[in-house]
Design a protein around this ligand. Structure first.
Ligand code: OKP
Ligand code: ZN
Length: 343
């Protein structure tokens, strides 16, 4: 399996994440990908290439124009306003406020386009987010061109980003770009399987009313875990999309037994849906030692999960999402890929 990866990810490295009332070094940090690259090489998966320029037309088709303008110009506006630090959202349109009017002032604008305040932006964030999207797009093009599968080693991740909001370390929804690209390249129906510990709220939101794209997510129950306000089992889609969203929220301490039962159900749903291509949001933060998650998967479980996903026999793009037990991220992510290849 070929890997698509851009060194440009390094341009996104904020110093601060707001966590537990303190600023800490962000969990989502550049060194995460070093462990993945090292493990790929260790396992002989040395076909690692840089993507070309991002397909901006596809990104514009996915995202709101004002949101993209915001991402591109936020740093300059923040600095022009005299802000001393990194961009952190502090003001949100909460219940019964005007959620549809982007403020002129950048401090207000940031809150308008953010869905949470843990994620800081800096001068390099936009370039890094674009490079991450480019890796996803290149991986998809590779599979559309006839390869069985590809791995987009995306950083920053994407599954929390909606068409017009960032947060949860995400800015552009890479998995959504891949799904839409598969549709444009002729797949009638596409499935997205999100195995990151956190609910893929952005991906769900983007495709909630779509009958042609199935979204399944295994994640920590929203009562207990970020993003808290989406990912409940009774969210099943709307309109033409009724029945094309499947959420599997699970409680703290969930191990591979119940988790893999949910995976099998999601796989059966994807098979029944008749998907012709598959996108996997590959987060490995369901790992037992992940510092911000509460599932109990062990490293061999990720290989078994990959094998089960492989039984679908679909052309597949894996997009890297989360995973913060950084020394184990490489083994766990590559285990999924190896399991898939062995299926
Ligand atoms: C992104 B992805 C740490 C709380 C972190 C945000 C989590 C974002 C996860 N104190 N909350 O889905 O792995
Ligand atoms: Zn996650």
């Amino acid at each position: 399996m070929k890997t698509f990866f851009s060194e440009e990810h390094r341009r996104h490295f904020p110093q601060a994440e707001l966590s537990g009332g303190q600023f800490v070094t962000p969990y989502e940090r550049p060194s995460r990908v070093e462990y993945v690259l090292a493990r790929l090489k260790e396992r002989g998966m040395t076909d690692i290439v840089a993507p070309g320029a991002p397909d901006m037309a596809a990104i514009r088709a996915l995202c709101a124009p004002d949101y993209l303008d915001f991402l591109e110009n936020a740093w300059a506006e923040w600095k022009a306003e005299g802000m001393a630090g990194e961009i952190i959202a502090a003001n949100f349109p909460a219940r019964r406020m005007q959620a549809g009017r982007p403020p002129r002032n950048i401090d207000g604008k940031v809150g308008y386009y953010a869905l949470a305040s843990e994620t800081a932006m800096t001068g390099g964030t936009w370039a890094a987010a674009l490079s991450s999207a480019a890796s996803a797009q290149a991986a998809q093009a590779h599979v559309a061109g006839g390869a069985k599968s590809a791995f987009a080693l995306c950083r920053p991740p994407g599954h929390h980003a909606t068409a017009d909001m960032y947060g949860g370390y995400c800015f552009i929804n890479n998995a959504a770009l891949v799904a839409e690209a598969f549709r444009r390249d002729g797949a009638g129906r596409v499935a997205i399987l999100d195995i990151d510990f956190h609910h893929g709220n952005g991906t769900q939101d983007i495709f909630y009313d779509r009958g042609d794209i199935f979204f399944a997510s295994l994640h920590g129950a929203p009562e207990d875990a970020f993003p808290y306000f989406l990912g409940f089992a009774d969210e099943t889609g709307v309109g033409a999309g009724e029945g094309t969203t499947a959420n599997y929220p699970m409680l703290p301490g969930t191990g591979y037994g119940p988790w893999s039962a949910a995976l099998d159900d999601a796989i059966a749903r994807i098979r029944a849906f008749g998907a012709e291509a598959l996108v996997v949001s590959l987060g490995v933060d369901a790992y037992k030692d992940d510092p911000i998650s509460f599932f109990k998967l062990d490293s061999p479980d990720f290989m078994d999960a990959g094998r089960r996903i492989g039984t679908l026999g679909l052309p597949t793009v894996f997009c890297m999402e989360g995973g913060y037990a950084i020394e184990a991220v490489g083994v766990n992510a590559v285990n999924v890929l190896e399991g898939y290849q062995d299926a």
